[in-house]
Design a protein around this ligand. Structure first.
Ligand code: FES
Length: 104
């Protein structure tokens, strides 16, 4: 699916994400964005923090408690925050718009 990602410097990238990966992997490996993903996608480092376009919040897989707890602990937390490693890439994501959260 085609995804639009805004980098931390404001530059915008449109790219095709590969289904079967996580959105974190797609942003890092497919779009070449700078996501440290120190924990390797196991929902514990929060370096894959993104903001999703508000109209996408309800269309994404629901947040699990561990994801929410980690996000709410962050200074950069917003209502549109998600951890991209917790979102599997499927064709349903076509048209998704995300913005990389500032590094903490
Ligand atoms: Fe570590 Fe997502 S990659 S929380």
């Amino acid at each position: 699916p085609r995804i639009t990602a805004t980098d931390r410097d404001g530059s915008v990238k449109e790219f095709d994400a590969a289904p079967g990966t996580s959105l974190m992997e797609a942003l890092r490996d497919g779009a070449g964005l700078d996501i440290a993903a120190i924990c390797g996608g196991s929902c514990s480092c929060a370096t894959c923090h993104i903001y999703v376009a508000p109209d996408w919040l309800d269309r994404l897989p629901e947040q699990q408690p561990d994801e929410r707890e980690l996000l709410e602990f962050m200074e950069t937390y917003r209502e549109t925050s998600r951890l991209s490693c917790q979102i599997p890439v499927t064709d349903d994501l076509a048209g998704l718009e995300v913005t990389l959260a500032p590094e903490e």
